[in-house]
Design a binder for this molecule. Structure first.
Ligand SMILES: [Fe+2]
Ligand SMILES: [Fe+2]
Length: 264
């Protein structure tokens, strides 16, 4: 009996392991106002997938974690149990990141020409579509807490932009896109997070476009701790930041013009 058991065990062990597909993220595109991630497999073949393919997303994010040891270090530092929340990713790519991209494109198109020349439309599009990817590693009890976050939870929440940057750093994205993802919670006074080191690339205008679009979209969405705000309520909140010197007035004006035109 023991011999048979050992034989079966040996057969199982000998069975070739199913190889994990090696996909890399090439970027993100929008088709008919829906977000698609552009992937490449190990033979270089590219294809599009929506955020709905949870199995693929999970394997992609796992590959990203494996490729960059800094991510495990960050998770350890903040005592975050490494797990990939594909439900969050699905919701983000089908909702908030998609919406942020729509608003960012509208803000970009309503900006005065002299402010557009510093920054490429494609970069804004891609960065806004991927900006919150790091949230896939933030524990859902923090992400979906129906109350104000405490200091420790806030600290963990605030590393999502750095996590997103580190996850995407090993993929085929441009440095400009990566920097906008990393600094999408920064402002003109540089009091946001993470800290800006010296004179780095992201033009304030680029960061401003992604950041104002992110904020406006978030305010216009319902959260577990508050209702969806009206257009006026959302614009008024952002106007306060213009007065505090955190939002560029021309970027704010472009948002107002876009909201008036589109009714978004
Ligand atoms: Fe964010
Ligand atoms: Fe966001």
């Amino acid at each position: 009996m023991l011999q048979i058991k050992n034989k079966i065990r040996a057969m199982i062990l000998k069975r070739p392991r199913k190889k994990r597909e090696n996909y890399s993220l090439k970027g993100a595109v929008q088709i008919n106002r829906s977000s698609f991630f552009v992937f490449a497999d190990s033979s270089g073949r590219t294809f599009l997938k929506t955020g709905k393919d949870e199995k693929l997303q999970k394997s992609i994010v796992q590959n990203m974690i494996d490729l960059n040891p800094k991510i495990k270090g960050l998770l350890k530092k903040y005592k975050i149990k490494p797990s990939i929340d594909t439900r969050t990713l699905k919701e983000l790519s089908g909702g908030h990141m998609n919406e942020t991209c729509n608003v960012a494109m509208g803000v970009y198109s309503c900006l005065p020409e002299n402010l557009k020349c510093d920054i490429g439309k494609g970069i804004i599009k891609e960065a806004s579509m991927l900006h919150d990817l790091g949230k896939v590693l933030i524990p859902s009890k923090i992400l979906n807490k129906p109350a104000k976050l405490n200091i420790k939870e806030r600290e963990i929440m605030n590393i999502h932009s750095t996590l997103g940057y580190e996850l995407l750093k090993t993929q085929s994205l441009s440095e400009e896109t990566l920097e906008l993802i990393k600094y999408h919670h920064q402002n003109l006074k540089h009091t946001g997070y993470p800290e800006m080191e010296g004179n780095i690339y992201p033009s304030d205008i680029g960061v401003q476009i992604v950041s104002i679009s992110d904020k406006y979209s978030a305010l216009r969405e319902a959260r577990v701790y508050r209702r969806k705000l009206s257009r006026i309520e959302a614009l008024l909140i952002l106007y306060r930041e213009v007065r505090e010197g955190k939002i560029h007035p021309e970027v704010y004006n472009a948002l107002v013009r876009f909201v008036q035109q589109s009714g978004i």
